[in-house]
Design a protein around this ligand. Structure first.
Ligand SMILES: C[S@@+](CC[C@H](N)C(=O)[O-])C[C@H]1O[C@@H](n2cnc3c(N)ncnc32)[C@H](O)[C@@H]1O
Length: 297
């Protein structure tokens, strides 16, 4: 079976790494549904079936036929469902975009976005299942960031174990003060607990990718509340020039709500130095900044 580059097909062949992924997944899994993105040649799916029933989403019809044929002669203790579709065509039902609200009706936009998000959480519709689930995947690298963001936003995704390029994993798992700390790290920490687990060398795959990969784990916080798109818009501005002062990056965001004076007060109240850079501020402080702005509108 020839790998298709456009679908990010780098198949994980190292049995030791495959077993390690299954082991950390088993530790995370309780009674949730188990879901995988990308069946590939079925090596990870086959091992995951030893711990639970599994639903796998796969875009490539050729791989679906190959794996169904391969599995036809085996009997698994658990049930396997293979869904041939593009996961990104499945509606998230939650607004995860990082676009700024329109300047003309900025105040209205900020309120509308938070109102919408509350009602969405209550609707109990998830991205990849309508019941609590854990996702395990060696992700297609070209869409890995989008997939991880979707999982972080989905209240029904209670956790995941994924492999991405190391560079992406470092961003999602970075802590304040690290040079990798960015908007993705703040979003990840807002949703729950992240842990960078281990690196995987290029040689573990066929075909070999150009870069090293890393496996990381997320556990959704038990008191998870929806991550508002207004908060994400603020983060986008905060990290727009990562080496510049946070104050200057945030000023245009506050200006559009006619609250530039409030930014000074928040910095004083939160004991944030005017010279602070975006990566030096904790996730908690970013929430305080956003909530104080919202309280003033
Ligand atoms: C990096 S490979 C991993 C395959 C296998 N799980 C493994 O570990 O070897 C990524 C898999 O995701 C599939 N894929 C790529 N884009 C997808 C999409 N948008 N929706 C569903 N599956 C996708 C690819 O066809 C491929 O099988």
């Amino acid at each position: 079976m020839r790998a298709k580059k456009r679908f990010g097909q780098n198949f994980l062949k190292d049995p030791f790494i495959l077993d390690q992924i299954v082991q950390v997944s088993a530790e995370l899994l309780q009674d949730q549904k188990l879901i995988e993105i990308g069946v590939g040649l079925g090596d990870l799916s086959e091992r995951l079936l030893s711990i639970a029933s599994l639903t796998t989403y796969e875009i490539d019809a050729d791989l679906c036929s190959f794996v169904l044929q391969k599995f036809s002669s085996r009997s698994f203790a658990n049930t396997f469902s293979l869904v041939n579709c593009d996961v990104l065509s499945i509606s998230l039902g939650i607004d995860s975009n990082l676009n700024l609200p329109k300047k003309t009706d900025a105040k209205q936009a900020l309120h509308t976005m938070s109102d919408d998000s509350n009602s969405r959480v209550e609707s109990k519709k998830g991205w990849l299942a309508n019941e609590p689930y854990i996702l395990v995947s060696n992700l297609p690298y070209n869409i890995a960031t989008r997939i991880v963001l979707n999982l972080l936003h989905d209240p029904l995704c209670e956790g995941f174990v994924v492999m991405t390029q190391k560079e992406v994993a470092l961003k999602f798992c970075a802590d304040t003060l690290s040079s990798d700390f960015c908007a993705l790290s703040v979003i990840a920490q807002s949703a729950g607990e992240m842990a960078l687990l281990f690196d995987v060398s290029k040689e573990s795959f066929d075909p070999m990718p150009k870069v090293t990969s890393s496996v990381f784990r997320h556990k959704k916080s038990t008191n998870f509340t929806h991550i508002e798109s207004g908060f994400e818009s603020m983060l986008k501005m905060a990290f727009s020039s990562p080496r510049k002062k946070l104050f200057n990056n945030l000023l245009p965001f506050f200006k559009q709500y006619e609250q530039e004076n409030l930014l000074d007060k928040i910095f004083a109240q939160e004991s944030i130095e005017q010279s602070a850079r975006p990566h030096q501020i904790s996730t908690q402080k970013y929430h305080h900044i956003y909530n104080t702005l919202k309280d003033h509108l």
